[in-house]
Structures are given as C-alpha cells and as structure tokens.
Design a protein around this ligand. Structure first.
Ligand code: ZN
Length: 212
C-alpha cells in the first residue's frame, strides 16, 4: 500500500511557559485510494511525543498495516493525521493523571493513538486501549490508544488496541490467528465475520466510523 504526505504546517503553542504543550507539526497521510475498500471510514489521529524515540516513518508503516488489516472488515482507513507534539518530560510516559492533562491540552480528534516512551501505570502494559466503558473516571482518555516503545509487532498491536476502542470492548478471542488473541503476534491478523459486524455496528453507533 502506498501513501502520500499531503500537508505540513507547524507550531501552534497551546500554552506558554516551561510547562508548555505544543504541536510542532501536523501531516495528513493519504493512502492510495485504489486499495481502499467500500465501507465505513475510520479517521485516525496519530500523536507522537517529540524525543520519545518515535519517528514519523515507523508510525506511518504501522498505520499502513492497520489499513490493510481493517480492510478485511470493509473498514476504510485512508486518511490519517500525524501530529508531532512537544511536551515536558513528565508527559512522555503514559500515566493516567498526566496523560489526561496532555489529551485535554491537545484536544485532538478521536480516535487518537498516542505514541509514548513508556508507561508508569501499574500493572504496566506495553499498549493500552481506553474505550468508553473504562473511561468514566477519565473522560479525556476515552477512545484513545497508548503505545509504548516496548511494543512488539507494532502494526498488529496498534490495530488490536484500536479494535478494542472501536468495539468498546475488552474481549479477547482464542481463535488461532485472530487479531484479538490476548498475545499479539505477526501472523495474528484475522477477524471473524462476527467481529467485523460488531466493529462496524458499534463503531458507527459511537461515531468512530463514518458512513459517507
Ligand atoms: Zn487486548
């Protein structure tokens, strides 16, 4: 799958002073339209923390893999916004109280995937999904995914977490090769027909997938 970087613009400070959180750069990534399936559209915000070790290239490659995996459910992922964020060092790891502040300051469109350095949550997960059901006490984090640098099989792991968010469900599958197996692995990319139907139905009902 090919992709284009469409647009670049820079620096809008959201706050002043030493605690400033600011957007350094926004890029719109458009995937090749010929490979986009008909069906509801997912528009993703992909935010990464400057100096967290993440690059635009690795995130874009993961997003291209996500588009390919989600296409089996007829879900289109054809445009994504890649946002590079500058923030004080305490925001570089996922931790509910500070990550809430980060999300509140940035006000990015959802679903949002945040690429962070690590996690200070306990228990510590390499990647976490926060749907509606598990965000009542932290509404800023609803419909977000947090991915640390320890995450293996990045494209598969990111898509696994996104499916949790879009389905608003923490459910796992025991089916061999299924994307929603508890442990992600490079070959685990399949979604059943029932999972695809729920993904489209819940995602559309919650406004995370849009029918054109
Ligand atoms: Zn999971």
């Amino acid at each position: 799958m090919r992709f284009l970087f469409l647009l670049i613009f820079a620096t809008s400070a959201l706050a002043q002073g030493p605690e400033a959180i600011s957007v350094l750069e926004r890029r719109l990534i458009a995937l090749d339209a010929a490979e986009v399936p008909p069906g509801p559209e997912l528009r993703l915000s992909l935010a990464y923390l400057d100096q967290s070790g993440w690059t635009a290239e690795s995130i874009t490659a993961a997003a291209v893999e996500s588009a390919r995996i989600l296409s089996q459910c007829g879900v289109q992922l054809k445009t994504m916004e890649l946002i590079r964020v500058a923030a004080p060092v305490r925001y570089r790891d996922f931790l509910t109280p500070v990550s809430r502040e980060l999300a509140a300051a940035l006000q990015l469109s959802k679903p949002t995937v945040y690429f962070v350095a690590g996690t200070r949550q306990r228990p510590a997960f390499d990647a976490e999904a926060i749907g509606r059901g598990n965000s009542r006490s932290r509404p800023e984090l609803s419909d977000t995914v947090w991915i640390t640098r320890s995450t293996r099989d990045l494209g598969v792991a990111m898509t696994h977490e996104l499916v949790h968010v879009i389905m608003d469900s923490g459910e796992h599958s025991e089916e061999p090769g299924n994307l929603m197996r508890d442990e992600t692995a490079p070959g685990n990319t399949h979604l059943s027909q029932g999972q695809c139907e729920r993904l489209r139905a819940v995602g559309t009902a919650n406004g995370l997938l849009r029918n054109r």
